[in-house]
Design a protein around this ligand. Structure first.
Ligand code: ADP
Ligand code: MG
Length: 468
């Protein structure tokens, strides 16, 4: 039996956390036989190593030659402290420390170059961004060996083959499967547990890529598929998937089971607990997915089950994404003109911007859709170019954006069979003075999304949460 377990930033965030993680790895290995571990960079709150890496690069490109040095020192300290707390001086302590120092020096050299060149490419960001994982797996693997548990740190650049879509690369599964089998199976056969970096991969040519922020969850699912694992477990710092983000609403509760479809919608609409791309490799290969709490391991957490079609119970969870713009294409001449929607989204796609929600007035006189706020100007320019003729003819009157809006999404497969959900949602918001700017229902009918003013996000989420 093979189990892939992913440990998030806080689960490897300190010497103490790594010790607890090591216990969970040992227990799982005894129970399952073969365990593959995926780990994130150290992320003890509030400082996450990945943030230090990326922020340092951003300050460097702006001409600041000092800030990244401070970050490098902070990073060195975080890792040295973990090493001091875990590794015996007579064991691998010095060797691992030397490896960490090399990564930190490499980081400083790269930032120095970025600062001098005043250029920061997605490719360079990916070269930097994955160093946190490369450091954490080395410490964790060395600690496991020290306590007599055979383990080996493996860089996922040796395993996960991706396209060159830097910052959000996609795996080539057949190539990845071949590499994973060739590299990991011999280790597993010898009883050695691989400790693999999350987040990163490499192109066919060997250049480091990353799978997107939070992508270590996806790494675990990719390895799960490649190894035909029996289950994939995501260990994090909360009791599984909750009714809403417990950082925003402390009364959030655990959800024992969710369907793949429900959790996909939640993840897509901002529930950070699971990276949205994690779900597909698992659902397509029938691999059960679990989310559990490293700091409360006896809690069952959440199990993600196949879509069973008999959802009951209405709303299960509420989530939100902030910092969006709602763009509207409006005009009386649009009525009945074929192809306006296709051209609108064609232009958006060519700007490489993703659309999070679409809503059309039934009169066909306007289409509105939400995109990340930072991309709004680019998209408006693309639309004005696309529709230059229609704007000149006054078929399209206006293309405009509402800034600083949020999407609040409620999820639950059972909503379909429960009358009055929409009414209860609207009353919950209306009674508390939250204005709904637009509405859309997910195609799978297990989610409803509402666009609200950014400032009202917290109020909207809290009052909807009271309905759960
Ligand atoms: P990790 O480093 O383990 O991947 P993340 O910070 O990416 O951890 O994800 C866990 C966090 O997700 C939780 O601490 C919580 O604040 C946040 N979160 C947001 N929405 C939810 C939700 N619906 N259920 C559980 N956690 C959520
Ligand atoms: Mg995460």
């Amino acid at each position: 039996m093979t189990l892939v377990m992913k440990f998030g930033g806080t689960s490897v965030g300190s010497a103490q956390a790594m010790r607890e993680t090591a216990v969970l790895i040992q227990q799982a290995q005894q129970e399952w036989g073969q365990v593959v571990v995926v780990a994130s960079g150290m992320g003890s709150k509030p400082v996450k190593v990945t943030d230090l890496l990326l922020n340092g690069a951003h300050t460097a490109v702006a001409g600041d030659g000092d800030t990244f040095k401070g970050y490098a020192e902070q990073m060195r300290q975080i890792h040295h402290e973990a090493i001091d707390g875990l590794l015996e001086p007579e064991g691998e302590r010095q060797a691992i420390m030397a490896e960490i120092d090399q990564f930190v020096r490499q980081y400083e050299r790269l930032c120095q170059a970025i600062c001098v060149l005043a250029e920061l490419t997605p490719r360079a960001l990916d070269a930097l961004g994955g160093m946190g994982e490369q450091m954490s797996v080395r410490i964790l693997a060395a600690y496991l060996r020290q306590i007599g548990f055979p383990a080996e740190a493996v860089d996922a650049t040796e395993l996960v083959v991706t396209d060159d879509n830097f910052l959000s690369a996609n795996p080539f599964m057949d190539l990845t499967e071949a590499k994973v089998t060739a590299r990991l199976q011999p280790l597993l056969d010898q009883g050695i547990t691989p400790i693999v970096t999350g987040f990163i991969g490499a192109t066919k040519a060997g250049t480091t890529t990353t799978l997107g922020r939070g992508g270590s969850d996806f790494s675990a699912a990719i390895l799960g598929q490649a190894l035909k694992a029996n289950e994939v477990w995501i260990w994090t710092d909360v009791d599984g998937v909750m009714t809403t983000d417990p950082r925003l609403v402390p009364s959030a509760r655990n959800i024992p089971t969710l369907t793949f479809r429900e959790v996909s919608e939640l993840a897509f609409y901002g529930a950070k607990v699971l990276h949205p791309k994690t779900i597909r490799p698992c659902v397509e290969n029938g691999i059960p997915l679990r989310i559990k709490n490293t700091f409360n391991p006896t809690h069952d957490g959440t199990v993600i089950v196949p879509d069973n079609g008999n959802g009951k119970g209405g709303i299960k969870a509420v989530t939100a994404i902030k910092n969006l713009s709602l763009l509207t294409v409006e005009g009386k001449g649009m009525l009945g003109v074929p192809g306006i929607a296709a051209r609108t989204f064609g232009a958006v796609a060519r700007s490489q911007v993703s659309v999070l929600l679409i809503s059309q007035a039934s009169s066909e006189q306007s289409i509105c859709f939400a995109t990340p706020e930072a991309t709004a100007d680019t998209v408006i320019a693309a639309l004005e170019a696309e529709f230059a003729t229609e704007i000149a003819r006054r078929d399209i009157d206006r293309i405009w954006a509402d800034h600083d809006v949020s999407i609040v999404t409620v999820v639950g497969a059972g909503m379909r069979g429960t009358p009055g959900i929409a009414g209860r949602l609207f009353s919950a918001l209306g009674n508390n003075g939250v204005n709904i700017i637009a509405i859309a229902q997910g195609s799978s009918e297990c989610s409803i999304s509402l666009v609200v003013d950014g400032e009202e996000t917290g109020t909207a989420v809290a009052h909807i949460h009271e309905l759960i």
